[in-house]
Design a protein around this ligand. Structure first.
Ligand code: FBP
Length: 285
């Protein structure tokens, strides 16, 4: 029911596609870097308003941001409580996330889902898999959907290699096997040889010539479309190439996008225009 609430909400309601606004970047990247480009975004209420005005399916954030808007926005938009977070204040090759909320918090805030990041590729990955196993079991037992941010990174992968098609496909498969209803990955790029990582790529079996073909392969890796795969927006980009990426996701059978910085780092009216164009593409309008 909670998954359906998200799929039925907003401008994409009933299309089977999703657009989610995620705002955990204040924690993940730092407040000035995240909100400095558009200072009204320092205010947690700004993001509830933006997600509502844009007709997003859901708004995802850590505990503090959701609590700061709980009284004013209760029941107005499906919420995803991000249950773990990572900061950039330490320089580490193999990142891990801290648990920063609970299933009880998600219920208290009326959320539809819990969100959790895993870093396949980090030496800490097995601990994260164990954590999400326990948290997903508890979330499902009380009817909450499970959203996994599956970001391959760590000392075995190069920066460019984090988005290589074989790595993203593998990350999507791991999230699906961990029981995610919704899987969030980065948009895949071409295969990159990575001497430090084990070779998991069979070049003869994957058509990966275009962005849309790569998206199709990632969806295939997430149980052939039986799990919802959405793609992250990434760093602030020009409108035209960004919309080309959205068209590639649509053409490749992706289920939608989770767009943070490309939304809240733009002035509100520009963000609403861009988010409107995204929903038009996914709705086939
Ligand atoms: P963006 O659209 O801003 O990329 O947000 C998506 C997201 O997954 C956020 O939830 C998260 O903070 C960020 O990307 C992490 O990006 P990275 O770890 O690559 O810096």
């Amino acid at each position: 029911t909670n998954l359906a609430r998200m799929l039925e909400h907003g401008r994409l309601g009933g299309t089977g596609k999703m657009l989610i606004l995620p705002v955990d970047q204040g924690f993940e990247h730092g407040p000035a870097r995240s909100f400095g480009p558009n200072p009204p975004a320092y205010d947690p209420h700004y993001h509830f308003e933006l997600a509502l005005a844009a007709g997003c399916n859901a708004y995802a954030a850590p505990l503090g941001f959701l609590e700061a808007g709980a009284r004013d926005y209760a029941g107005r938009i499906p919420l995803i409580l991000k249950l773990n977070d990572h900061d950039l204040l330490a320089d580490e090759e193999d990142p891990e996330q801290a648990i920063t909320g609970s299933v009880a918090d998600a219920l208290r805030l009326g959320a539809c889902a819990i969100g959790f990041t895993i870093y396949p590729g980090s030496t800490h990955r097995n601990a994260m898999y164990g954590q999400i196993r326990a948290i997903a079991k508890e979330a499902k037992s009380v009817g909450l959907a499970v959203v996994i941010w599956s970001y391959a990174r760590g000392s075995a992968l190069s920066k460019e290699g984090e988005t290589a098609i074989d790595v993203i496909g593998y990350a999507a498969q791991i999230a699906a096997q961990l029981g995610a209803h919704i899987i969030k990955v980065k948009l895949p790029t071409a295969h990159i040889e990575q001497p430090a990582a084990r070779n998991v790529y069979e070049s003869t079996s994957i058509p990966i010539g275009t962005a849309a073909e790569r998206v199709r392969h990632v969806v295939q890796c997430a149980f052939n479309g039986r799990r919802i795969v959405i793609f992250s927006g990434g760093a602030h980009a020009e409108e035209a190439p960004f919309l080309d990426e959205i068209r590639a996701i649509q053409a490749g059978g992706g289920f939608g996008s989770i767009v943070g910085r490309n939304a809240f780092q733009r002035p509100r009216e520009d963000a609403l225009k861009l988010l409107g164009q995204i929903t038009d593409i996914y709705a086939g309008r």
